[in-house]
Design a protein around this ligand. Structure first.
Ligand code: PLP
Length: 394
């Protein structure tokens, strides 16, 4: 009781970075400079020109980070808008059939309910044989694949996917919202960027998943090409996205991205692996274990224990984590990602722990202990089921 009261008095420990990363100080500084700039980037007078220079510098920085020209970068209100713009411009407006991975984010899934669904295997990796068959059956489709999954962190084999799309004349759109700010040398996303595999693809990015502000994002185009806008508005962004750009937010995004590229994500991966070992010891099964994943993400099933009960127990102990999937009402639903991975009942029993860029090792270890105690309490109540899976998804 005393311990519980003490935990509630302390600031909660934030381990939900895939929902949103804490703001990086460099992003805040950049945003303050942007907020203090009065001009509208579209105005021709001196104040407008100044704002324009700042906006164009942010655009150049972001595009260059992905090896692209500034003109290929279209600012949006976030990842959802960037994804929706890609679906609209390269799918509907160009008359292409649309195919998407079974574990895509709702930003993609819900925008095109009638899309062809490309299955994934038990670890959440895109089934390349199925993709090839679908590419053969559809003429020049738009294929949407996420670089890394928001729930499990599982990476897509992007170089292979891009090669298949090229061979079949498909247009590839990559939802890079979770991967873009957490890149490591060995990740397929970075390797695909470096070897030119993604030259013909569009990429969706979101500032707040990199330690930038919420409400800013980018659609990176394969080249400087016109596209049918979702928001024609006043023709801003060279006619590709109307509306006065959120100067301060986009400057914050550019700064956050630059910081994220400097971070050694392998340090987080070591902490994450240590935590997973503790959670497995407590009875958890790790989803996507053994395949390439984001360095900060744990998706753990506690067999027999509904995710909502785990979240509530951990919240009382002062830890902010999330369920596999939460709808906007805050109610926990079954994870479509784990369902697509064939996890059955387990789809309602997974929580996601995602370490933020500024995570403190002691907090992660304390979380591991709290998780172990929670699992023990559920075992005593007869809820937690024992498995023979050695803690790995099958
Ligand atoms: N795509 C993925 C993979 C995401 O995880 C998210 C947000 O969680 C989005 C798209 C939507 O991004 P935003 O919140 O910037 O609209």
């Amino acid at each position: 009781m005393v311990q519980q009261a003490a935990a509630m008095q302390q600031a909660p420990v934030y381990l939900d970075a895939n929902a949103t990363e804490p703001l990086r100080p460099a992003a805040r500084d950049a945003m303050l400079a942007g907020l203090d700039q009065v001009g509208n980037p579209a105005s021709v007078h001196a104040a407008g020109r100044k704002a324009r220079i700042m906006l164009e510098e942010a655009r150049r920085q972001i595009a260059a980070s992905f090896g692209r020209e500034a003109d290929s970068c279209v600012f949006t209100s976030g990842g959802t808008e960037a994804d929706t713009l890609a679906l609209h411009a390269f799918g509907h407006a160009e008359g292409r059939p649309i195919l998407m991975g079974a574990t895509e984010h709702d930003a993609i899934r819900r925008a095109v309910p009638e899309a062809g669904i490309i299955p994934v295997d038990g670890q959440g990796v895109i089934d390349r044989t199925a993709l090839e068959e679908m590419l053969e059956a559809h003429e020049a489709p738009l294929v949407c694949i996420m670089a890394a999954n928001n729930e499990t962190g599982v990476h897509a084999p992007l170089r292979e996917v891009a090669a298949l799309c090229r061979r079949h004349g498909a247009f590839l759109h990559v939802d890079a919202v979770q991967a873009a700010g957490r890149m490591r040398e060995q990740d397929d996303f970075l390797l695909a960027l470096k070897d030119g595999s993604l030259e013909g693809a569009s990429l969706a990015l979101s500032a707040h998943k990199m330690g930038g502000p919420k409400g800013s994002g980018v659609l990176l185009l394969p080249e400087d090409r016109p596209l049918s806008p979702l928001l024609p508005g006043g023709g801003q962004e060279r006619g590709r996205r109307g509306g006065t750009p959120a100067l301060a937010s986009h400057m914050g995004m550019a700064a956050a991205l630059e910081e994220s590229r400097r971070q050694d994500w392998n340090i987080l991966a070591v902490l994450r692996d240590e935590l997973e070992a503790v959670m497995v010891q407590a009875g958890a099964i790790i989803m996507g274990h053994g395949v390439a994943r984001l360095p900060n993400t744990v998706s753990a099933v506690l067999p027999g224990v509904p995710a909502q009960m785990q979240l509530m127990a951990l919240d009382i102990e002062g830890y902010c984590v999330s369920a596999g999937s939460a709808c906007s009402s805050g109610k926990v639903s079954r994870s479509h990602v784990l369902e697509a991975m064939g996890q059955g009942e387990a789809a309602g029993q997974a929580i996601r722990v995602s370490l933020p860029w500024n995570v403190v090792a002691d907090d992660v270890r304390a979380f591991g202990r709290a998780y172990g105690l929670m699992a023990q309490r559920f075992a005593e109540r007869g809820l937690l089921k024992k498995t023979s899976s050695c803690g790995r998804s099958q």
